[in-house]
Ligand binder design. Structure first.
Ligand code: G3I
Length: 380
């Protein structure tokens, strides 16, 4: 579906939504719900992706799944994979240096199993979401032990159940104080660049069946910062592959921005091809669209956000090595952007496929259209 046609069809969908006769819903504090029954009944995103040999899923937390049954139901309906938004980070898993708490991770794993969803771990090694005790306890001397114990225990706990793990998250920072393009993190300070090799080897030994992913952000746009990050992560991946480190895929977070004009499909396609030529797969791991700088009007924002989804996915899904598209959340009811990228006018952000009332939006239609138009992959 080309972009002009997409916009016409989406505005048609939107027009139907606005004109369709619908009982106003007052179940959630939000503008009156205008629901298009045809759109609501359409084949879910996960089924559309599967039809093309792709995987679609979303991030969620155990707490939201357990406390909001309507939200849990749409996750089960729309997704074929569930990724732990926060429940498999150090902060959630490690109440003390000696203890592991798998309560929330296990709840997500159980939900995924009950609904026949693949399960994805995020993340073994990151410089954020570390427990409060970390700074006082972990040192140069014991860092490798803490790193390998953590990965061995956590990846081992879920061995055989995981589609993939973000083994290392956000390791590069070519423009910051990074060294050879690597971010200055506690792990890098304690162990040097080797922490990445150690992490992947340990994860592969703990779960030989999981796809092991190097995950990062700001790889998407034709701007100097993203170009530098693309170059740095390609260099890092080339080194890892050359050393026989068991990295299987690049994770592109893809936190996109509706206000960013510098998107060049050919530049992105060329980068994806270079990653694929290393023998690696590619996952779009945290897709959403920041609408912070868009006009307040819902239909204007929804169409602009949908157009970003369509343009980006039409580009990346042309690369056969792209095997999964995961949105960072499923509904505007729960998005990290509400707290981290609030709009100056105080309006709730609308970055995701479903609105806060769990109804499908133009963004949903854009993702559905991108899956329907995508070239088929060998089935998973
Ligand atoms: O659960 C506590 C709550 O008990 C407490 O009252 C509250 C106030 O401090 O904090 C709550 O924890 C918050 C947690 O999200 C759950 O909502 C943390 O403060 C907050 O830092 C945490 O933010 C998460 C962030 O990563 C940092 O871990 C976001 O939800 C999550 O969406 C975001 O996800 C990251 C990916 O992991 C990596 N890529 C970027 C992406 C967006 O930042």
């Amino acid at each position: 579906m080309n972009r002009r046609f997409f916009l016409q069809s989406t505005s048609a969908i939107l027009a139907t939504q606005i004109l369709s006769i619908a009982k106003p819903s007052r179940t959630h504090s939000s503008p009156m719900a205008i629901v298009n029954p045809t759109l609501e009944a359409a084949l879910p995103l996960g089924d559309r992706a599967t039809a093309k040999g792709l995987l679609y899923g979303a991030a969620a937390t155990a707490r939201k799944i357990q406390q909001d049954s309507a939200f849990a139901a749409v996750v089960a309906r729309e997704c074929k994979l569930l990724v732990a938004e926060n429940d498999l980070k150090w902060r959630a898993l490690r109440p003390t240096p000696e203890q592991f708490d798998f309560t929330r991770g296990d709840a997500l794993a159980a939900f995924a199993q009950a609904h026949n969803l693949r399960f994805r771990g995020h993340t073994c090694v990151w410089h954020n979401a570390l427990p409060d005790w970390f700074e006082q306890v972990v040192t140069h001397q014991n860092a490798e032990q803490f790193l390998t114990d953590h990965i061995r225990t956590v990846v081992g706990h879920y061995a055989g159940k995981m589609h993939s793990w973000d083994v290392v998250n956000e390791a590069i920072d070519p423009v910051g104080e990074g060294i050879d393009g690597l971010r200055d993190t506690p792990w890098h300070r304690f162990l040097g660049a080797d922490y990445i090799d150690i992490a992947f080897h340990t994860a592969a030994a703990a779960d030989p069946n999981a796809l092991l992913v190097l995950n990062d952000y700001d790889l998407d746009y034709a701007i100097p910062r993203d170009a530098a990050k693309r170059e740095a992560i390609l260099r890092l991946l080339q080194g890892l592959v050359a050393r026989g480190v068991p990295v299987h895929a690049l994770g592109m977070q893809a936190h996109l921005r509706a206000s960013e004009p510098n998107f060049d499909p050919m530049i992105l396609r060329d980068f994806l091809r270079q990653v694929a030529d290393l023998g690696l797969k590619i996952l779009i791991t945290e897709l959403d669209v920041v609408d912070q700088d868009l006009p307040r009007a819902l239909h204007t924002r929804d169409l602009a956000v949908a157009n970003v989804y369509q343009t980006y996915l039409d580009t990346v899904l042309q690369e056969p090595a792209v095997i999964a598209v995961l949105t960072w959340g499923l509904s505007d009811r729960y998005t990290w952007l509400a707290g981290f990228r609030p709009r100056s006018d105080g309006a709730a952000p609308r970055p995701l496929p479903l609105d806060a009332l769990l109804h499908r939006k133009p963004a949903w239609s854009a993702i559905a259209s991108a899956f329907d138009q995508a070239p088929s992959r060998p089935h998973l």
